[in-house]
Every structure is written in structure tokens, then in C-alpha cells.
Ligand binder design. Structure first.
Ligand code: KIV
Length: 273
């Protein structure tokens, strides 16, 4: 049976994504952190733009996602929203703004929604953050879950290697995914887990699953924009497909510009007033 395609000009909502998953239409999600990139991405048939806390790595140069603040996420998210017409914009709640305190979680989520005009928030974790998830949902804010490798817990895991390879962790992950769905999350990101586990979870859930390093059976995929464009070059996990070598192109363009300036070749007669 052929799959009907969504109207590409209509604003994507959480309901659009649910319907896409029900129809077997894959969801494409990518990160963005600034106005110019968000505008280009939004013009490129993307369903969801994630203002990820990976901004801590790719925009600010931190080793982990832990240092980024709520204010910094708000700055990135508001910039992205100004460049977007169609895609659903989801924003990560940064580390320390929702864990263990559901009132703080709600106030963090409200700040994001009020000060950025984004469409949804994402947070990492399962049953241990359910109280925060419930409180945010009760305010009418759509929540995307994030399970498997959750980078905000890197100090607990110790490494960024594949999660849930053992049966006990797989069982817990399935329970967490079901708990997030039951709470009312509109989608769940599954990061770096075995493909067959992601398949099982995707079959058990009615809400969409969005994978990163979780194989081909999820309802959608997400990548970090700077990784897929080859701007970041020292990060090459198996799941990452690079669609460009933009890093090389930027270096070569800037080198050429520098050489033109130094040789007096730029600007020429037509490039002056
Ligand atoms: O912060 C981020 O970019 C993310 C994706 C890797 C899913 O959470």
C-alpha cells in the first residue's frame, strides 16, 4: 500500500507525528542551534528540529552536555524558532533543571515555552523522572522522552558505548518506554541501543520512536546537524552517516579568502564603491 505524504507546507504538530507513525511514514529529525541553520533546515523537508543540549558540545566546545544552562538553551531555542515556519521545534531541558524536583521541572519547561515559542520539550530518563514529566504535561506542554544512552548521565555510565546489551537493562528500558507513553509523552528518542530492542519497543508503543544509533526499525531518525554535515570531524560512531565534508570546505574557503586578502587579490575593482 502506498503511504500518503503529509502536506509539506503545513506546520508539523505532535499530532502530525503520531499520524505519520501510524501510517508508517518515517519521521526525520535533526538538531539546530541558531537562526541561519534552522532556516536552512526548515526549508529542507525536516519534520522536527531539536534544539539539543548537544549545543554544549558543538556550539560551546564542552566535553559533555552537563554545563549548558537554561538561559543558554533559551537563547539557542529562541534563535531557532525565529528561523522556522514548518518543523516542530523541540527543546532539551538541560541537566539540573528537572531531575528530582518536579516544580523546578515545570518552571524550567514554562520558561522555555514562554521565552522561545518552541512547540515541545525533551528530557532524559524514564520512571525516575516521571513526576516531572507528569507535572509538565499537566500544564499542556508536549513532552518527548529520551531513553538508552542519555548523555546527561555520562558520569553514571562512564562511557558513551551502546546501552541495554544486558537483559535486565533491556527489561527496564521497555518498562520506561511504556511508562513515558502512558504518562502522555508524544514521542521517545532511543539512543544507541541494539536495533532489535528498538524494534521491540517501537512495536510495543503507539507513540513514535525516534532513533539515533538504534537501527532501522524506529519510526524516525535523528542526527546532530554538525555531525551529519561533517563540521565536527573527531566523532565517528558507526551510526553516523556524513552527508557532507563541510569542515574541509570551510577550511579551504577561509584559506582561499585569507590568501586573497594577503595577496591583495580581494577586493577587486568590482567589489568596491
Ligand atoms: O542533544 C541532542 O542533540 C540529543 C540528540 C542526540 C537526540 O539529545
Amino acid at each position: 500500500m502506498s503511504v500518503a505524504k503529509q502536506n509539506t507546507n503545513k506546520k508539523v504538530t505532535v499530532h502530525t507525528l503520531g499520524n505519520m507513525a501510524l501510517k508508517g511514514e518515517k519521521i526525520a529529525m535533526v538538531t539546530a542551534y541558531d537562526y541561519s541553520m534552522a532556516k536552512l533546515v526548515d526549508e529542507s523537508d525536516i519534520d522536527v528540529i531539536l534544539v539539543g543540549d548537544s549545543a554544549a558540545n558543538v556550539m560551546a566546545g564542552y566535553e559533555t552536555t552537563l554545563p549548558i544552562t537554561l538561559e543558554e538553551m533559551i537563547y539557542h531555542a529562541a534563535s531557532v524558532v525565529r528561523g522556522v515556519n514548518r518543523a516542530l521545534v523541540t527543546v532539551d531541558l538541560p541537566f539540573g533543571t528537572y531531575q528530582g524536583n518536579s516544580k523546578m521541572a515545570l518552571s524550567s519547561a514554562i520558561r522555555i515555552m514562554k521565552e522561545t515559542a518552541a512547540n515541545a520539550i525533551k528530557l532524559e530518563g524514564g520512571q525516575e523522572i516521571l513526576e516531572s514529566v507528569n507535572r509538565i504535561l499537566s500544564a499542556g506542554i508536549p513532552v518527548m522522552g529520551h531513553l538508552g544512552l542519555t548523555p546527561q548521565s555520562i558520569n553514571k555510565f562512564g562511557t558513551y558505548s551502546v546501552r541495554a546489551t544486558q537483559e535486565s537493562e533491556q527489561k527496564r528500558l521497555i518498562e520506561d518506554a511504556l511508562a513515558l507513553e502512558e504518562a502522555g509523552c508524544f514521542a521517545v528518542v532511543l539512543e544507541k541501543i541494539p536495533a532489535l530492542l528498538a524494534k521491540e519497543i517501537s512495536e510495543k508503543l503507539t507513540i513514535p520512536t525516534i532513533g539515533i544509533g538504534a537501527g532501522k526499525y524506529t519510526d524516525g531518525q535523528v542526527l546532530v546537524l554538525h555531525d551529519m554535515l561533517g563540521i565536527t570531524q573527531d566523532f565517528s560512531p558507526r551510526f553516523l552517516r556524513r552527508y557532507m565534508s563541510l569542515g574541509e570546505q570551510i577550511r579551504s574557503a577561509v584559506k582561499q579568502y585569507s590568501s586573497d586578502v594577503k595577496s591583495g587579490g580581494f577586493p577587486n575593482e568590482n567589489e568596491q564603491y
